[in-house]
Structure formats: structure tokens, C-alpha cells
Design a protein around this ligand. Structure first.
Ligand code: SAM
Length: 280
């Protein structure tokens, strides 16, 4: 177990700073304040980060940490932090680590007992989810499907029975392929395509997968999040399943009465109904 207070005694700390997903006005006061205090800003793409910092009049030393050098760069940053440098990491858009680099960097900090703290901002999937109209109580974020069709098929098949809203990131040139695969494997469910969030061309397209897949690809440019409703088919618990569960629990050592109560609670079924089944 490790237990880290983020802001204790001004000690070593890594900040992960969320950056705007489009509209630069979403960069927070706190993000700007923290950047001012840093010695080094590690960035997924130093050119993009330079542009962002210039926009806010911030001049900082930049350090590249991207997908292809993440492990070595994380070790180097660890050394810099241990040597007293104040370091923050920013990916190109939204939160680091969310379909973006940063995971190994965080692992490296945790392994060395260095606190990690996040500076909040927007993430494309959260923006998309809250306005999608789909179930927001329970959701499953997957990010990008494989570029290879056979692998993407397997991935989608593994979501088939999920009851929660499914959230994917997708590139515009693969969106029609993905909509067709989803329709074929999950059935014609309801979905929402959220494009160009926080930008001037922001758009939410809500409809069935069949309807979404008919949209002209040309009109689906830019960045996008695809949300699909979870499996809403009624799955009726069979009597046999209930009897098996009671048997299983009694074999574990529960009394029959307790096994019936637990099963009733687990399946949200009336206790007397299960009792009658057992007595039959
Ligand atoms: N770290 C980011 C986050 O927290 O959302 C995600 C980075 S991932 C490399 C980029 C993908 O996020 C895009 O291909 C798109 O699917 C989604 N995305 C990013 N910005 C978006 C926007 N403004 N509107 C819609 N989707 C966006």
C-alpha cells in the first residue's frame, strides 16, 4: 500500500494537466497558475504545447514525452523531479492517460512514492456523454477500437452483453466502418455521434446505428466520440438458475433460509417465489 498527500511540505510532485479539447478558453486559471510555477513542462507534442503556452503568454522549457519514448522519458523525468525540478505533463488534448500517453509516467511516480496530482479540464468522452442523452449512470469507456477489422470485431463482440453505455473514440476515416461493424454485431441500437466538441462546428447526431451509418462520410470530418446504448434486452432469470444458486450457497455452508434470502436479494426476486421453487 502507498499513501500520498499531494501537497505536503512543497515536496516532489508530478502534475498532470488537462488541456483544452478545442476551445482554448477552457484552459483553467489553475492550469495557468501551476504552469507558471513549473521548471519543466513535459509534453506529448512540444509544438502543440508551445502553441498553447504562447497563447497564454507562458514561456517554459519543454521536454518531449510521447508514445514512442514514454518509458525512457518517464525515467528521465523521475530523475529531474528527484533532483528538485518542478514538472508537469500535458498531452495534446484533454487528459493525459486517456487514450494519450502518461500511464508509464504515473507508474514510475507511484513506484518511487512521488505524489501525482491532476489539474482538471475537459475530456472528450465526458463532454460527449453528458449531452448524449444516453444512460449516464453507468458507462464503459473503451477509447479507440483496433484499426484491424478482425480485431475490432472481437472487441465489439466482447461488449455485446454490457448493459452500460459504451463510449468509443474514432477517426473520421474509419467511422462508417465502425458504425457498420457495431450495427452488425450489437444490432440496430441507439447511438450518438458527438463531433468537434467545444469548437465552432460542434455537433451531436443522435439516432439508430442504421441511421448513423447512412450519413455521408464527407460530412463527418474532425474529431469524434461515438456512444452506443447498452444491451437493453430483458434477460429473465430462469427457475433453474435460482435453484442452482441456492444449492451453491447451501453447499458453501449457508442455511437454506439464508441462501434463499441472499439469492432473492442478488436477483431482485421475491423470497417466497424462490422458497416455493425449492419446496417443489
Ligand atoms: N486525452 C483526450 C481526452 O481526454 O479526451 C483524448 C485523446 S485521443 C488521442 C483523441 C481522440 O479524442 C480523437 O480522435 C477523438 O475521438 C476524441 N476527441 C478529442 N477532442 C475531441 C473533440 N473536440 N470532439 C470530439 N472528439 C474529440
Amino acid at each position: 500500500m502507498t499513501r500520498n498527500k499531494s501537497f505536503k511540505d512543497n515536496g516532489p510532485l508530478l502534475y498532470l494537466i488537462a488541456t483544452p479539447i478545442g476551445n482554448l478558453k477552457e484552459f483553467s486559471f489553475r492550469a495557468i497558475e501551476v504552469i507558471k510555477e513549473m521548471d519543466i513542462i513535459a509534453a506529448e507534442d512540444t509544438r502543440n504545447t508551445r502553441f498553447l503556452l504562447d497563447h497564454f503568454g507562458l514561456k517554459k522549457e519543454l521536454f518531449s514525452l510521447r508514445e514512442h519514448n514514454e518509458k525512457e522519458a518517464s525515467k528521465r523525468l523521475l530523475e529531474l523531479i528527484k533532483n528538485g525540478k518542478k514538472v508537469a505533463y500535458m498531452s495534446d488534448a484533454g487528459y493525459p492517460c486517456i487514450s494519450d500517453p502518461g500511464y508509464y509516467l504515473v507508474q514510475e511516480m507511484i513506484a518511487n512514492n512521488i505524489p501525482v496530482s491532476t489539474i482538471s479540464g475537459s475530456s472528450a468522452f465526458i463532454n460527449a456523454l453528458v449531452a448524449s442523452g444516453l444512460d449516464t449512470k453507468h458507462f464503459f469507456f473503451y477509447g479507440f477500437l483496433s484499426k484491424k477489422e478482425n480485431e475490432a470485431r472481437e472487441e465489439i463482440s466482447s461488449f455485446k452483453n454490457f448493459r452500460d453505455t459504451i463510449i468509443l473514440y474514432e477517426a473520421p476515416h474509419r467511422i462508417i466502418r465502425t458504425l457498420n461493424l457495431l450495427k452488425e454485431i450489437l444490432g440496430n441500437r441507439y447511438g450518438c455521434l458527438a463531433r468537434e466538441l467545444t469548437k465552432i462546428n460542434e455537433e451531436y447526431i443522435r439516432g439508430t446505428l442504421e441511421e448513423l451509418s447512412q450519413i455521408e462520410e464527407e460530412s463527418l470530418k474532425g474529431e469524434m466520440v461515438l456512444l452506443i446504448e447498452g444491451n437493453k434486452e430483458e434477460t429473465k432469470t430462469s427457475d433453474e438458475q435460482l435453484i442452482k444458486r441456492v444449492d451453491y450457497l447451501t453447499n458453501l455452508g449457508l442455511t437454506k433460509k439464508d441462501a434463499i434470502s441472499v439469492t432473492a436479494e442478488e436477483y431482485d426476486i421475491n423470497k417466497n417465489y424462490i422458497k416455493k421453487l425449492i419446496l417443489k
